[in-house]
Design a protein around this ligand. Structure first.
Ligand code: C2E
Ligand code: CA
Ligand code: CA
Length: 526
């Protein structure tokens, strides 16, 4: 009936699921390219900054030397010789000159040069340094120079020196700027003022419309550097990495589609597969010991169904029991379980007449009186007493209280014990607990697990224990995995427990073997 809509849903899930890995790979390609581009920009900017710092270091060293030496009268031969010395020692400095006002009176350019007018100062710093960003000298009319002036001396630096060597990438813009004044000193290509305005003492990378931009500032000198790479380069890089990422994304999509199809096929064909499995007897039983907490004795076991398909594939009961329930097959499954218990356990009860077996029943079983006669037949075959069996009924069975109570009351009249299973996990109202007599309450493993975690949930566990006590129900705690949980439950008066701490579910021969072993150990114990 729902096939059509569920096919559409499956198709939608597949489409969305396939789109996600592709979108993800595109996204990864893009973010990967952005990250790569940002780190390129940062590397370039740092490179420019390092060159600029090297220039300023030389200028600084030169000025200090000029300040400290006493070379006699300005522009005397001795004074010129000193300036020449400084010039020669500094590979980045083109020339050194002596300045009065705005005029170079003499310099290392040579005695033949007349006084040169430097023009207006672009940036005057508080420490007495005057910067001019675009000085043109008569000896090199096509070039612009940066001059740094201090205490009567000027260093002439070729402007492009710091921004020259790096960029072999097309379209990359490099710039240096005065920091914190945020004014461009040198630039090749586009260096938007607002990019420079955003520079801070820490490195920055960002995207501004068409550019990936990086700004850095010096820790030693009042300067910074910028690099801007056009987004076009980024798109190239994205395409390059898409070439490798898209196939990976496609593979992910296909795997996902396959998984969805597999699961949906399994779900739609599961009922007929279950029927086949019942016929081919692919189901078998395991038994998980039930331990008396005060003595550690194995006083019983819960019967758990297992399914291994002929191809060897193992299917968990959590998966197929709900499918069997939804498709009206669960009573067939229960019948199968009861048949197996009937044929297999006579020997167990002969050797251990006090042993208990817990049998899981679903709500369909509890709503059908035929279950009572099925259980009576099974008990007869095992030659055990009815009191040796604990019927486990889940809370959901009580949604139809009237029907369930008829079957449960009859079972109890026959002497079978009844446990409420998975208590606290259903949505049903708890009022049925007051109206119907039961024997055991199984504390669900989620409440046992909560004991060592959240305080709020473990309060609920204590509540459940108190409720069971007031209703005079014996308690079986499920999923006990640690000694601490066992100790706590024992202290609170919980009588029985099952869980991996004591034993995992096992085949019947193994259960019998371990029971013998334990009985022998008891006999020889002091
Ligand atoms: P359940 O009735 O709550 O069964 C207990 C489950 O807890 C079992 O899972 C058991 O293997 C598992 N378990 C036992 N000790 C521990 C532990 O220490 N830690 C943890 N984490 N788990 C533990 P299983 O066998 O997978 O069964 C799952 C569910 O399938 C059962 O839950 C029950 O609702 C259903 N089921 C199993 N056998 C039958 C059956 O014969 N008939 C029906 N109708 N349902 C069954
Ligand atoms: Ca159970
Ligand atoms: Ca349970």
């Amino acid at each position: 009936m729902h096939t059509k809509s569920s096919t559409i849903i499956t198709a939608l899930v597949i489409m969305v699921g396939m789109a996600i890995p592709i979108a993800l790979s595109a996204y990864l390609a893009r973010t990967g390219a952005v990250e790569a581009e940002k780190s390129f920009a940062l590397t370039y900017a740092n490179d420019v900054l390092a060159r600029s710092e090297a220039v300023l270091r030389q200028v600084d060293t030169g000025f200090r030397k000029l300040d400290q030496s006493n070379a006699g009268a300005p522009c005397s031969p001795a004074h010129r010789a000193l300036m020449k010395q400084v010039d020669l020692a500094s590979s980045f400095i083109q020339a050194v000159g002596y300045v009065e006002g705005k005029t170079i009176l003499c310099s290392t350019l040579g005695a033949e040069f007349p006084p040169i007018d430097l023009g207006a100062v672009d940036l005057a710093r508080a420490n007495g340094v005057n910067l001019r960003f675009n000085v043109v000298f008569p000896f090199a009319p096509g070039s612009r120079f940066l001059t740094v002036e201090r205490h009567g001396y000027v260093a002439i630096v070729h402007k492009d020196l710091p921004i020259n060597a790096t960029a072999n990438t097309p379209g990359v813009a490099l710039a240096t700027f005065a920091y914190p004044e945020l004014r461009v000193i040198t630039a090749n290509g586009l260096a938007k003022p607002e990019w420079i305005k955003s520079a801070t003492t820490s490195n920055r990378t960002f995207i501004d419309s068409d550019y990936v931009v990086a700004t850095v500032t010096s820790k030693h000198y009042p300067i910074g550097a910028l690099c801007a790479i056009p987004i076009a380069n980024l798109d190239q890089r994205t395409r390059a990495s898409l070439k490798t990422l898209i196939p990976a994304g496609l593979l992910g999509s296909l795997l996902f589609a396959w998984a969805v199809l597999y699961v949906s096929k399994l779900r739609t064909s599961m009922p007929s597969i279950i029927k086949g499995a019942l016929k081919r007897k692919e189901f078998f039983l395991e038994y998980q010991p039930l331990v008396e907490l005060s003595t550690g004795k194995w006083v019983g076991a819960e019967v758990l169904i297992r399914w291994r398909r002929t191809q060897g594939e193992f299917i968990r009961p959590d998966t197929f029991v709900p499918v069997a329930e939804e498709n009206g097959l669960i009573q067939k499954v229960t019948e199968y379980v009861l048949d197996r218990v009937a044929t297999d356990t006579a020997e167990l009860f002969r050797r251990h007449p006090e042993f208990h077996l817990g049998i899981n029943l679903s709500s369909a079983d509890l709503h059908d009186e035929a279950t009572v006669s099925m259980l009576l037949r099974m008990a007869a075959a095992t030659h055990a007493r009815h009191t040796n069996f604990i019927v486990e009924a889940t809370e959901s069975s009580f949604t139809d209280y009237g029907l369930a109570s008829v079957v449960i009351n009859r079972l109890r009249e026959e002497g079978f014990a009844v446990a409420i299973d998975d208590f606290g996990t259903g949505y049903s109202s708890l009022s049925y607990l007051q109206r119907i007599r039961l024997d055991y309450l199984k504390i669900d493993k989620s409440f046992v697990a909560a004991l060592d975690t959240s305080a709020a949930t473990s309060d609920v566990t204590l509540h459940i224990i108190e409720m069971a006590k007031s209703l005079k129900l014996q308690m079986i705690a499920e999923g006990v995995e640690t000694e601490a949980q066992a100790r706590f439950l024992r202290q609170k008066g919980v009588q029985y427990a099952q869980g991996w701490l004591f034993a995992r579910p096992m085949a019947l021969p193994e259960l019998m073997r371990q029971l013998e072993e334990r009985a022998a150990a008891e006999l020889t114990a002091p």
